[in-house]
Write a protein that binds this ligand. Structure first.
Ligand SMILES: [Mg+2]
Length: 346
């Protein structure tokens, strides 16, 4: 049996506008492209490392090189769970590097049996929620401009980044341009518990659906509970929840979780996060980092299992080097091609 060859290379992406969140603003994203070669087939994966989860492009390239030298992937593309276990045992953390390998394995499996990944996972026939489009932190003038562009481009739901000294003004300016569009808010950990409660009351008056990560990543579970109990809006955790054990830890203190492949380390652990959240009657949003259509499309294959989608990573790019799930009328349409269905954009 031939073995699976792992190749990796830097993947630099640029956003159409500088993308601002509470603790960072950038136009450049440094991801990693993974290719798994097996028996004439190629599986594609993408790592979208984040410094606040202790990964960079350099750490991803280093661990991938180590796995390449160790031959850790082995020779069976269908041994996805086994490989995922081996990667976890070889090094802790490094979730986006693990996610890149795992999504490339799912891509290979699909190509080998000529089926799209979501069908192989048994998810055919389910409805998908609409995806939102994110308005990053910027000057009020630029927030208005971005909102206008988003509405004109036909986006049906907006997510607004918060965690500034002028959060209320941002919302007022968005609502001036888009008075009725469904809106959700992401503070990226930018508030104290008391600020979060005060903001929640303000946001409820402006018809916002829910708040994502009001408190810092390592905030105490009792602080999340305090905010939830005093907030008129549902509270979701993003940075505070990476794997399924984190969902259990915060159960009862939040209303929902944001699952991302770059945090779970792949589709299989993402499924565990989703099922753990469901077991605790929580809502689920599937999110992404700034990434190309490889990472976004891999996430889209699990989109049928969640309540909300925030899979706009590729939509924010100035140029997406890959074509995969295509945005039309609010929805991300998954290609009928086998595997992830992602191909280089020509
Ligand atoms: Mg978030």
């Amino acid at each position: 049996m031939s073995s699976i060859q792992l190749h990796c290379e830097p993947l630099h992406l640029r956003t159409a506008h500088p993308f601002g969140i509470s603790y960072d603003t950038s136009s450049d994203t440094h991801n990693v492209l993974v290719r798994l070669e097996y028996d004439g087939y190629e599986g594609l994966g993408e790592a979208a490392p984040a410094e606040y989860h202790n990964e960079t492009q350099a750490t991803v390239l280093a661990v991938l090189k180590q796995w390449q030298d160790d031959g850790i992937i082995g020779d069976d593309p269908f041994a996805v769970a086994d490989v995922s276990c081996r990667l976890d045992k070889s090094i802790a953390g490094n979730a986006s590097a693990k996610a890149a390998v795992e999504m490339a394995m799912h891509d290979l499996c699909g190509k080998l049996v000529e089926q799209p990944t979501y069908r192989l996972l048994g998810l055919a026939g389910l409805a998908q929620p609409m995806t939102d489009f994110t308005i990053g932190i910027d000057s009020l003038e630029m927030v208005e401009k971005k909102t206008r562009e988003a509405v004109e481009a036909g986006y049906k739901i907006l997510k607004v980044k918060q965690g500034t000294g002028y959060d209320r003004e941002i919302i007022t300016h968005v609502r001036k341009i888009a008075p009725d569009i469904p809106l959700r808010v992401d503070a990226n950990g930018g508030w104290t518990p008391k600020q979060a409660v005060a903001m929640s009351r303000f946001l409820a008056e402006h018809n916002v659906q829910f708040i994502e990560q009001p408190l810092p990543k390592y905030a105490h579970v009792d602080d999340f509970r305090f905010v939830r109990e005093n907030s008129p809006l549902p509270i979701y955790a993003d940075e505070s929840v990476c794997r399924s054990a984190d969902v259990a830890r915060l159960a009862g203190a939040i209303d929902g979780v944001v699952v991302k492949l770059a945090k779970t380390g792949g589709l299989l652990e993402a499924l565990k996060v989703i099922h753990t959240a469901r077991a605790h009657s929580m809502s689920i949003m599937f999110g992404c980092m700034i990434e190309s259509s490889i990472g976004v499309t891999a996430a889209a294959h699990l989109s049928f299992l969640v309540d909300h989608l925030d899979l706009d990573g590729a939509l924010l790019l100035a140029h997406d080097p890959f074509a995969g799930a295509e945005y039309r009328d609010g929805f991300l349409h998954i290609p009928s091609r086998p595997g992830l269905g992602v191909i280089p954009r020509t």
